[in-house]
Design a protein around this ligand. Structure first.
Ligand SMILES: CC(C)(COP(=O)(O)OP(=O)(O)OC[C@H]1O[C@@H](n2cnc3c(N)ncnc32)[C@H](O)[C@@H]1OP(=O)(O)O)[C@@H](O)C(=O)NCCC(=O)NCCS
Length: 175
């Protein structure tokens, strides 16, 4: 059993533990003061109107998280890649998926899907037209989840994380 709810100040410890377990699982570099700093200050990064951030909780505590960012429509038509502030962006998107992670011991009970559905529902509620997803090419479980929901691969890039991770760009139409 689990619930999905908006994050609260104080969730950081559980969120960090969850996401860090995933980083350890995949051998990703943990960068507390850089690429992972958002997870130590959820309000500072996700408290603004352009964001939403949710927690999945079981009887054992925080087991997953995921977020939404809305932004001005990236110009152009899919599947174009548009140069962004350092990183390419997906043309035709106006919102993005953030930080979807489920603790390795809490998987395969619907938590990831529930978090993803929550992100999609909120994006629709805000009138968004297409969701941008950038996902490390090694995260095959996630790609299945996104594609099952209708996301399509439209590009690739090298992320600006400490591992220079290769990523697929996937687009999910919301209309
Ligand atoms: C991708 C990820 C978020 C999915 O989380 P999850 O909670 O396991 O997702 P779900 O339980 O909704 O679905 C996973 C699988 O379990 C299955 N499942 C869901 N509920 C189930 C249940 N009650 N019983 C059995 N299987 C179930 C789903 O059908 C799905 O099957 P698949 O492997 O054939 O695709 C998780 O694997 C993860 O955190 N991975 C590492 C980080 C990552 O990839 N993040 C994405 C960054 S872009």
């Amino acid at each position: 059993m689990f619930i999905v709810r908006p994050y609260r100040t104080g969730d950081e410890t559980g969120v960090v533990a969850t996401v860090r377990a995933v980083y350890d699982e995949y051998g990703f570099t943990w960068d507390e003061h850089g690429y992972c700093a958002d997870l130590y200050d959820l309000d500072g990064h996700y408290g603004g109107d352009a964001f939403a951030f949710w927690i999945a909780e079981t009887e054992a505590g925080i087991a997953g998280c995921g977020g939404l960012e809305t932004f001005p429509l990236v110009p152009g038509e899919p599947p174009a890649l548009v140069p962004g502030e350092g990183l390419p962006r997906l043309a035709g998107t106006d919102c993005g998926l953030l930080r979807l992670y489920v603790h390795p011991e809490a998987r395969r009970q619907g938590i990831g899907s529930a978090l993803f559905e929550t992100v999609i529902a909120e994006a629709r509620r805000r009138g968004c037209r297409a969701l941008e997803i950038w996902s490390d090419k090694r995260l095959l479980d996630a790609h299945r989840l996104y594609e099952r929901r209708g996301a399509v691969r439209v590009g690739e890039r090298i992320c600006d994380d400490p591992d220079d991770s290769p990523e697929w760009g996937m687009l999910l139409r919301l209309d």
